[in-house]
Write a protein that binds this ligand. Structure first.
Ligand code: UDP
Length: 238
């Protein structure tokens, strides 16, 4: 039999910006496909996978409200942006033969499934990738918080955060060559040093519920599957 994966059920959080490629805005289908291929490699190992994708490549509530929109309306627009990203990812994954469900916190039955916790768990057990859309369904939250919440509701072993770099650093390694990298760090250290992995409420929620967090690079081909097999480079926050 195949060796059991170290992390049998995971939630991968990616920001909307990871999907925009060099365009600087929106969805870049070849980039979406590249990330979908990463997800497929992990799925092929028999790992149960949840996805939460942000919406920052299309619309951010805070930006809208800074420009005079009502904050709640702007946030709903941000949530709708995540639905578009989820559909883009669904299309890429299904094109590779991976079965998926897009599951929205805000019901929109013609487009995707509404969120029903036990039904989502059943999808995972059947090997379908669950793509959670519309964040938490509430304004004033972020998709980082949504990712943490869904990871706990789905009993995930770990929350994976795919980023531009191979772990957590004390400053941005792309601008500071002396940046120090951590193999392991505590939630409290992330909060007190104000390290920008995820927003503070998401980190605190993960801490209070002992949900381990792994930060790794989305740019290393096969990196997601490697990290899940216990190899590869990542920082673990616990
Ligand atoms: N959003 C929200 N509630 C949620 C999740 C998201 O109101 O539970 C809105 C919020 O306006 C946010 C936008 O959706 O700016 C896009 O999500 P986010 O900024 O988290 O995306 P990312 O930075 O990960 O691309």
């Amino acid at each position: 039999p195949r060796p059991r994966p170290v992390w049998p059920r995971v939630l991968l959080k990616i920001s909307g910006e990871a999907l925009m490629g060099d365009q600087g805005f929106g969805l870049h289908p070849p980039t979406v496909e590249r990330i979908a291929r990463e997800v497929k490699k992990a799925h092929d190992l028999g790992i149960e996978i949840c996805l939460v994708i942000g919406g920052g490549n299309i619309f951010r509530g805070l930006q809208g409200s800074a420009q005079g929109m009502e904050r709640a309306s702007a946030d709903y627009m941000g949530m709708l942006a995540t639905v578009m990203n989820a559909l883009g990812m669904q299309s890429a994954l299904e094109g590779m033969g991976v079965f998926t469900r897009v599951i929205s916190a805000i019901p929109m039955d013609q487009i995707c499934e509404p969120y029903i916790r036990r039904r989502a768990i059943r999808h995972l057990e059947k090997g379908r990738v669950c793509i959670f859309a519309a964040g938490t369904g509430n304004p004033y939250f972020t998709t980082d918080t949504a990712a943490t919440l869904r990871a706990m509701e789905m009993n995930c072993d770990v929350l994976m955060k795919g980023t531009q770099v191979d772990g957590v650093y004390d400053s941005d390694p792309r601008t500071n060559p002396d940046a120090k990298r951590f193999d392991r760090i505590t939630y409290d250290e992330v909060l007190t040093r104000n390290l920008k992995i995820m927003d503070a409420s998401a980190i605190a929620l993960a801490r209070d519920n002992n949900l381990p967090l792994m930060v790794f690079s989305l740019h290393q081909p096969g990196g997601f599957a490697e990290v899940l097999s216990g190899r590869g480079r990542f920082t673990i926050v616990e």
